[in-house]
Design a protein around this ligand. Sequence first.
Ligand code: XUL
Length: 583
Amino acid sequence: MPHFIEQESDHSATMASQSPLYIGFDLSTQQLKGLVVNSNLKVVYVSKFDFDADSRGFPIKKGVITNEAEHEVYAPVALWLQALDGVLEGLRRQGLDFSRVKGISGAGQQHGSVYWGENAEPLLKGLDSSKSLEEQLSEAFSHPYSPNWQDSSTQKECDEFDAFLGGAEKLADATGSKAHHRFTGPQILRFQRKYPEVYKQTSRISLVSSFLASLFLGHIAPFDISDVCGMNLWNIKQGAYDEKLLQLCAGSFGVDDLKRKLGALYEDGGIDLGKIDRYFIERYGFSADCTIIPATGDNPATILALPLRASDAMVSLGTSTTFLMSTPSYKPDPATHFFNHPTTPGLYMFMLCYKNGGLAREHVRDAVNDHLSSTPTDPWANFDNTTLSTNPMGQSDPSAPMKLGLFFPRPEIVPNIRSGQWRYEYNPTNGTLTESSMTKLDEARAIVESQLLSLRLRSRGLTTSPGNGMPPQPRRVYLVGGGSKNKAIAKLAGEILGGSDGVYKLEIGDNACALGAAYKAVWARERMAGQTFEDLIGKRWREEDFIEKIADGYQKGLFERYGVAVEGFEKMELEVLKNEGRK
Ligand code: XUL
């Protein structure tokens, strides 16, 4: 549990016992979490349901079922119903007074889709509070499974999406992303072709986020304005579904039918969707005044875990790496993602999503430990010491060749390439690149540099100068996820990405997206007319309690030297892609 869980009873018991509370749910790949905050943004309860450990009756592994033959990955929807009653029971056991909850929002794993049957609405409306959700809603779906973001069964459909508007650039321009296996449009296209009868009987399609909101609302909720951008169907510039892409996706079933299945949506991410369904009032004691706020995607929710300013960057260092920024510029590119910002019209969320992150670093860490024939108690100690004692880019002096590499134990999305390792030297004086080798020890610094140089390369068009003649860079770099504990990574993040105000760690463990969802509910219910999320949360956010500065950011000279390395890095990627026949 995060250390700042506050026992409200320590304070004014009477005040606290009536003050409003808000719940943010996080329906992620391996667990459902419910996190309760008060109006001062303090976490007061957390309840978790781990799909593998806590569920009954589903043949799942790490929350999903895999059909290797067709590269399908999917999750049983009934599992999530079981999990929701489980999390609410957990909160009840901890003593949550549900009647104080004024608003509920959520974060869902992005791109996953839920297929509701003809009887969905009557089943949702008529829930009996003496029975579980799973008992009553398992029959509400035309298809019992939700295709998962790890699914890669849609290569053919992606090729069609990319080609349909005249190329991947055009699709990225319209929808914020080129086609990706996991994106919901290509998934729906494959679904309607594979299961035409089931598709015909599908009354509505939800995203994981809107599915969660639907349960609380007692009828099917609209998509969220940010999460809808993970479908390759929403035209961001037009602020509407893209008619041509709907045509492709709907096929012989027609656009009108698909539009009915998808439903309309609201621009305001804080809109009051309606009051909580009677089921939850009767079963858990929620107040009839509790309001449901659109749930968003897990990545959009993560940027709501703090009052992120335009030009601040968040790097999530988990099994994979994601890089998130809030920005007023819409500069789509096939290698990146743009989404509507979840709360603030006129802002966008920029995202980079890598498959190789922590796991790739662990491979190098283990090789370093083997090479040194020692595994210290902290398995990262050798890796960190080696990283910190190696010169930037392994250079003996600033004009010496820069050692650069790509380390992908898994096929990578950014750039789109097979698994493999490549090592080069870049001559900064004449811009030439030559294939090279590296010692195991060189690789510790090189892999961290490689991951951070890729982030800098792809985000450089979005940053501006923080003033005082400084080069364009983020104001702050916030690290979240497992890798954020690593001091060596934090130091290099500052050296490479910059950050005029430094590198910070969020003190919220792995709760960022549930917290962001809970803050969204606070903002939605307590905002004054026209008050932005950043303004309301910014005023209540106590920096000293929530973040810790862990490294310096911009260092004059070094940042500029890494600017040269970015050029070499870009050349190296192009060279590797060319050699692999990808460009
Ligand atoms: C983002 C993505 C994942 C999922 C699951 O595009 O696919 O980050 O949201 O967390």
